[in-house]
Design a protein around this ligand. Structure first.
Ligand code: BGP
Length: 462
């Protein structure tokens, strides 16, 4: 970790979820544009209109004391086609966004891929096609070349777990497949692509550091039986290890490979790719923390995502069952949950940070943490005391982990302002700043924004 860097107190967004302008500035279509349009689902065509309002948004962050902004670059905004041609308008947009960050003293934390694959690659098989990994490497290199003089913190991917598992196994994200064999293949290609990106970063001699962002779910079991212990290991492989072990140590978990190899043809995992994984390990881990994963042994039924709430909730409310491996538990009456059914469990963050430190000895940034709530933004400042309590409890968990030796260099609230929540639409709000999607996209800071500002000021003075 850069010991001269301050602790980063910031917040985060993602290109598809906030930019809008889906057909402006020479942007190509993304797989999410196509999928949501085709299925007639609420989409991010306009989202929070950040594409036109980023200056105001970054200024508001800076006035709120935040010294870092985590955002993602849109691949289809930057690369026009399969030939890899660069879209100069897209480059100009991100140049301006990055410059604006520096103008306001906000450190840009840049995620290269936050799920918006160009449709022109999806048409060629997307993450099932190894060529996509090489195309990602090209795209990453363009980003390093064009922005590397002003960006010091990079992440290759945001949350491989969610887009791979949801896209290829559970089927609720594009390309909406339910195929374990393809899921394993896509997962491998993504980790391979990440390693190629890291290698390109090192080979180019760029300044700064590069990591990967993982949706971190520390695993707990319902009891202390052997069956539960085994289910916990399967769940840990599913939820964490295939990303963290691979990115941090260059090795896929061998028991996971053993299990998959009995069932599927893994001949695409060749020695040269295994070597690339070893050469492409990361400098830091970005952990997004929403909740832990409580599991019991698998009993029966197919692999699935069980949606607990009716209505438009698809993700936060889900419980995952993986055939033969484990079942996630969400019906414990002692659990405190959000209105989308996600357990609120700050101590998982403390324990998880200690465990990740023990396993990987790498610097960590908490790259997302937040609570999604359906809020009425039409009545002035949103009084989101629940969000303040959520942040306080999770920050306290981080501090406790730091005291126990975890090297945490920053905390990013999800999200900087209200934005589009994958498949939930704009009703599920996470922002420190309210966006009135019905009335001109006006911004109004919430009470949590003021609390965070005062909290950061207190931290900085001591
Ligand atoms: C993470 C993603 C974000 C964001 C967040 C909240 O998994 O990195 O993109 O969406 O979760 O999730 P959701 O909007 O589905 O409630």
């Amino acid at each position: 970790m850069d010991t001269t860097a301050p602790f980063f107190w910031g917040s985060a967004t993602a290109s598809y979820q906030c930019e809008g302008a889906w057909q402006e500035g020479g942007k190509a279509e993304s797989m999410w544009d196509r999928y949501l349009h085709e299925n007639d689902l609420e989409n991010g065509d306009v989202a929070s209109d950040h594409y036109h309002r980023y200056r105001e948004d970054i200024e508001t962050m800076a006035k709120g004391g935040q010294n870092a902004y985590r955002f993602s670059l849109s691949w289809p905004r930057i690369i026009k086609n399969r030939e890899g041609e660069v879209n100069e308008e897209g480059i100009a947009f991100y140049n301006s966004l990055i410059d604006t960050c520096h103008e306001f003293g906000v450190e840009p934390f840049v995620t290269i891929y936050h799920w918006d694959l160009p449709q022109y690659w999806e048409d060629e098989g997307g993450w099932l096609n190894e060529e996509t990994a090489h195309a990602f490497e090209h795209y990453a290199r363009v980003c390093f070349d064009r922005f590397g003089d002003r960006v010091r913190y990079w992440a290759t991917f945001n949350e491989p777990k969610w887009f791979v598992m949801s896209g290829y196994l559970i089927g609720n994200y594009p390309p909406a497949l339910q195929d374990p064999e393809k899921c394993a293949h896509a997962a491998f290609n993504v980790m391979y692509a990440s390693a190629l990106g890291v290698k390109a970063f090192r080979a180019g001699g760029y300044e700064g550091s590069i990591g990967i962002v993982h949706s971190f779910g520390p695993v707990d079991g319902v009891d202390d039986t052997l069956e539960t212990k085994i289910a916990m290991r399967f769940a840990d492989n599913y939820a964490n290890n295939w990303i963290l072990d691979t990115a941090a140590t260059g090795e896929l978990p061998i028991d996971l490979l053993t299990d998959l190899n009995r069932r599927f043809d893994l001949s695409y995992i060749t020695p040269d790719k295994l070597q690339a994984l070893r050469e492409g390990t990361v400098d830091f881990l970005g952990l997004n923390y929403y909740s832990r994963v409580l599991v019991r042994p698998y009993t029966d039924g197919e692999t699935q995502l069980v949606v607990n709430n009716s209505g438009s909730a698809f993700k936060g409310s889900q419980r995952v069952v993986i055939k033969g491996w484990f079942e996630q538990v969400l019906d414990d009456p002692n659990m405190q949950t959000t209105e989308w059914g996600t357990e609120i469990y700050p101590d998982g963050l403390r324990r998880g940070l200690i465990e990740v430190t023990r396993r990987y000895h790498l610097p960590i940034y908490i790259t997302e943490n937040g609570i999604g709530v359906a809020e009425d933004v039409s009545q002035g400042e949103v009084q989101d005391d629940y969000r303040i309590a959520f942040m306080k409890d999770h920050i306290a968990a981080i501090k406790a982990a730091q005291e126990a030796g975890a090297d945490v260099g920053g905390y990013f609230v999800w999200s900087t302002f209200d934005l589009y929540s994958w498949k939930n639409g704009c009703r599920k709000r996470y922002g420190l700043v309210a966006v009135d999607f019905e009335n001109g996209y006006t911004r109004t800071p919430k009470k949590s924004y003021r609390w965070y500002r005062d909290f950061i000021a207190g931290e900085q003075t001591g």
